[in-house]
Design a protein around this ligand. Structure first.
Ligand SMILES: NC(=O)c1ccc[n+]([C@@H]2O[C@H](COP(=O)([O-])OP(=O)(O)OC[C@H]3O[C@@H](n4cnc5c(N)ncnc54)[C@H](O)[C@@H]3O)[C@@H](O)[C@H]2O)c1
Ligand SMILES: [Zn+2]
Length: 363
């Protein structure tokens, strides 16, 4: 089973391991029975992951005489709210949960971000482990320790850095994931290749069919590789000031498209469009070679990502980009590519090239 180490040895040692493999739910149960990370497990899931995994997990624990507290939130982004956060804390207090216990985040990025913030806040912090069940949460949100809820006017504006003690990425869990969610996760997967690993880009290109069929060994390989890449970036910059910003490749344009769509389009899908646009602009700017752009286009074509024209207004997208929270003193920071596998942060990127590419992709 591939294991990825996330090395975070700053003021405190926050390092942890990520297991990637098939049928890991039994490993989670076994570790909880051994009380590896805490006494009573507080399993937090959403309505879907409760039916798919949560009920079974708590039944298996009960057979071993472990009474887990199973808490369920509605599925969807709206659960990343202060109201839901508070109701979880209160339910835990009512059940007598204390600092010796452990929060288990069982679900996608919404459950992961919310549960991590709950774990980080409850009695000033109790242990938590992540069991990410969407592709996006396995390759992205479960690595790096950013946990948060949304407040009106600001997504992820209320949160902290709080690292899990362990992550279990079960590839088998992806079997039930809707296609749209798979594609959204794949947006972040190819991003990791584009910014850090030409080898991953080539692997995705050569194995695209197997990826789309969720071939177990190919998916294990990909998830582990993405975790390694993100872990490496994060360990060089735990709290995001420098190199970690390269993870935003495709995101400045992507977020603007996401906002423009009124959040109708999936995040990864918008990032995919963002990457198409920025890579083409980098090629126009003579940063990225024709050969590399051709492979960038080919891998996205093969995975069926961001292939259709978009119903957008380029001027509005440009305005939204300038309002992004990652904009520094009025200048739009663009993560560009110098080559496949090498990202660079640019504060002087010619924005008119991005505008031109938005125009080219608009319906
Ligand atoms: N912390 C970070 O660094 C970070 C990074 C990227 C994204 N995020 C956050 O992640 C969130 C998005 O995560 P997401 O895309 O996983 O969304 P999600 O958690 O809402 O999951 C998407 C949908 O899939 C369902 N689902 C989950 N697992 C399933 C399974 N195995 N089978 C069938 N259905 C399943 C969920 O119930 C939900 O309806 C956003 O809130 C975003 O801000 C955080
Ligand atoms: Zn993203």
């Amino acid at each position: 089973m591939p294991t990825v180490s996330v090395e975070l040895r700053g003021e405190f040692d926050n390092s942890y391991e990520i297991n990637v493999g098939c049928s890991l739910m039994d490993t989670v149960v076994a570790d909880l029975c051994e009380r590896k990370y805490g006494h009573t497990p507080v399993i937090i899931c959403d309505e879907n992951t409760r039916e798919l995994f949560g009920l079974e997990m708590s039944e298996k624990l009960a057979l071993k005489d472990i009474e887990a507290l199973l808490l369920t939130v509605p599925a969807g982004e709206n659960s990343k709210s202060l109201d839901v956060f508070r109701s979880l804390l209160e339910a835990m207090l009512e059940a007598g949960i204390n600092r010796q216990d452990v929060v288990v985040a069982l679900g996608g990025g919404v459950v992961g971000d919310l549960s991590g913030y709950v774990a980080g806040s409850y009695m000033r912090g109790i242990n938590f482990v992540q069991v990410p069940t969407t592709l996006l949460s396995q390759v992205d949100s479960s690595v790096g320790g950013k946990v948060a809820v949304n407040i009106s006017g600001g997504k992820n504006y209320c949160g902290m850095f709080y690292q899990p003690r362990h992550v279990y990425s079960d590839i088998t869990a992806l079997d039930t994931l809707p296609e749209r969610e798979i594609l959204s996760g794949l947006g972040e997967v190819v991003k990791h290749g584009f910014i850090c690993s030409r080898e991953l880009v080539e692997y995705l290109h050569d194995n695209a069919e197997k990826v789309l069929k969720l071939d177990r060994s190919v998916m294990s390989e990909i998830v582990a590789r993405c975790c390694e890449i993100k872990a490496d970036v994060v360990s060089r910059d735990e709290k995001e000031g420098g190199v970690r910003r390269i993870l935003n490749y495709g995101h400045t344009v992507g977020h603007a498209i996401e906002t423009f769509s009124g959040y109708e389009m999936a995040h990864g899908e918008c990032v995919a469009y963002g990457m198409r646009i920025v890579s083409r602009a980098c090629n126009r700017d003579k940063m990225l070679s024709d050969e590399d752009l051709a492979l960038h286009e080919a891998v996205m074509d093969r995975l069926g990502m961001a292939t259709a024209r978009l119903d957008i207004k380029p001027d509005e997208i440009m305005e939204l980009m300038k309002r992004d929270k990652k904009v520094k003193e009025g200048s739009v920071v663009v993560v560009g590519l110098e080559s496949l596998g090498k990202a660079v942060i640019r504060e002087d990127f010619p924005l008119e090239l991005i505008r031109a590419e938005l125009e080219n992709i608009a319906e």
